[in-house]
Design a protein around this ligand. Structure first.
Ligand SMILES: Nc1nc2c(c(=O)[nH]1)N[C@H]1C(S)=C(S)[C@@H](COP(=O)(O)OP(=O)(O)OC[C@H]3O[C@@H](n4cnc5c(N)ncnc54)[C@H](O)[C@@H]3O)O[C@H]1N2
Ligand code: MOO
Length: 397
């Protein structure tokens, strides 16, 4: 079996993502965290109409002003829209955001207003407001048609607020890959205390949330026995998905079905194993119907180091982005040499630009060091001295 260097496996995952890009116009509330596929321009100026910046009175001419008021049918009326035309010497009440009545020269804040006893005449305790005072002008923030956001921008909650105000109902985005996950293994149980020869499932509780945080969308999950019929049925059922992820069964024992079924279906490997530990039996392949398969090793740390290595690169490719550059951090302590060819992926605690590697309970089947880590670091096979810089992958959730 050919073992691909870790860096190259990540690049291969990126290329698979790039070759499976899809775009769609999605409703705004489905676009958080997605990447814009096109530039978008505001269809309206911002603000889109002249309005008052304060609660008070729209005024024309100099004080005192004759007050013009309206009677509203009920409390549900949108007062922001109701205007009365003003002539010099007239004023009318206005709310913050209210449409500026024709003829208005300025807005007098309510706290400066002095009303006659009968409410018919308005004066100001602060003198006449300067022309245009406390008025928001249409287009003062952005002209109609201005660039609102660029292709390639990730849609944050802030950007969503802005684009909603611009009046967008849908946005052109790179879609999240639709993922089906199969958790395999006859020995895996999902609740209670595991007995000898059984293991509690280390994946299904948090995997959908991790996938979502990394920019993928889990469409379905299933549990499979190490059984050929169940595997073939699952590959049939998941035809609508774009990325198939399986945990366990990635190795080469007689009960490991994944490689056999990839061969049966005529899949092509992007990488069939990786020179990295934990995680060497991880694989990615493309099926003839263009579904991508990510086979995660069964060992819990190996599955997580693999997921965090290849899924972000795949998603970046799908999103039309550059292959993500990995940050460098300096190790706070030395890591001894390991196997000849394999990189080590170690849980680490990163703080600022340094990282404490967690070495002691970080073997393939162990999770206790991983549980307190906030990153993975890649240590080359020859080991590293304290202070040496290594590549880092943040553990996002
Ligand atoms: N002869 C060899 N044996 C193994 C090799 C090897 O190179 N030669 N590599 C080892 C490494 S490293 C790993 S990683 C595993 C990968 O094996 P599989 O992907 O086929 O996984 P399984 O055999 O199904 O399971 C391995 C291990 O993980 C436990 N497991 C599986 N699923 C879960 C789960 N949902 N939650 C928790 N733990 C799980 C399973 O019980 C096994 O203990 O192969 C090694 N062997
Ligand atoms: O490479 Mo294994 O995948 O050490 O866990």
């Amino acid at each position: 079996m050919h073992h691909t260097p870790w860096n190259e496996a990540i690049s291969a995952a990126f290329r698979l993502g790039a070759s499976s890009q899809k775009t769609a116009r999605l409703p705004l509330d489905q676009t958080l965290g997605r990447v814009l596929a096109e530039d978008v321009h505001t269809p309206i100026p911002l603000p889109h109409y002249d309005s008052s910046a304060m609660d008070g009175y729209a005024v024309a001419g100099t004080p005192p002003w004759a007050l013009k008021t309206q009677v509203f049918a009920d409390e549900k009326v949108n007062r922001h829209k109701q205007t009365l035309e003003l002539h010099p010497g007239e004023a009318t009440p206005i709310l913050t955001g209210g449409l500026i009545p024709p003829g208005t020269e300025a807005v007098l804040r309510v706290e400066s207003a002095v009303l006659s006893e009968d409410g018919a005449v308005l004066d100001s305790s602060a003198g006449a407001p300067a022309p245009g005072q406390d008025m928001r002008r249409a287009g003062e923030e952005l002209a109609e048609g201005s660039l609102a956001a660029r292709a390639g921008q990730t849609i944050t909650s802030r950007l969503l607020a802005f684009l909603a105000v611009c009046g967008f109902d849908t946005l052109p985005v790179f879609t999240a890959p639709a993922v089906s996950i199969a958790y395999t293994g006859n020995e895996v149980i999902t609740e209670g205390i595991p007995g000898p020869g059984e293991v509690r499932d280390a994946y299904s509780v948090q995997f959908p949330a991790i996938f979502s945080a990394l920019g993928a969308r889990v469409e379905s999950t299933a549990r499979l026995h190490d059984d050929w019929q169940e595997f073939t049925a699952w590959f049939e059922e998941t035809r609508g998905s774009e990325l198939l992820v399986l945990t366990g069964g990635s190795s080469t024992s007689e009960v490991d079905m994944l490689r056999k079924i990839i061969a049966e279906l005529g899949g092509t490997y992007a990488f069939e194993a990786v020179s990295a530990r934990p995680g060497h039996p991880c694989l990615m392949a493309v099926l003839p119907d263009s579904r991508v398969v990510l086979g995660l090793p069964g060992n819990p740390l190996a599955a997580h180091t693999s997921l965090y290595s290849y899924l972000p690169a795949f998603v970046a490719g799908r999103n039309g982005q550059e292959e993500p550059a990995r940050e460098l951090v300096a190790l706070t302590e030395p890591v001894p040499a390991f196997r000849k060819k394999d990189d080590r992926l170690l849980p680490a605690i990163v703080s600022g630009d340094s990282a404490q590697p967690l070495l002691h309970n970080a073997r393939s089947h162990m999770l206790s060091d991983f549980a307190r880590a906030n990153a993975l670091v890649r240590v080359p096979p020859q080991g590293t001295a304290a202070g040496e810089q290594v590549e880092m992958i943040p553990l996002v959730i």
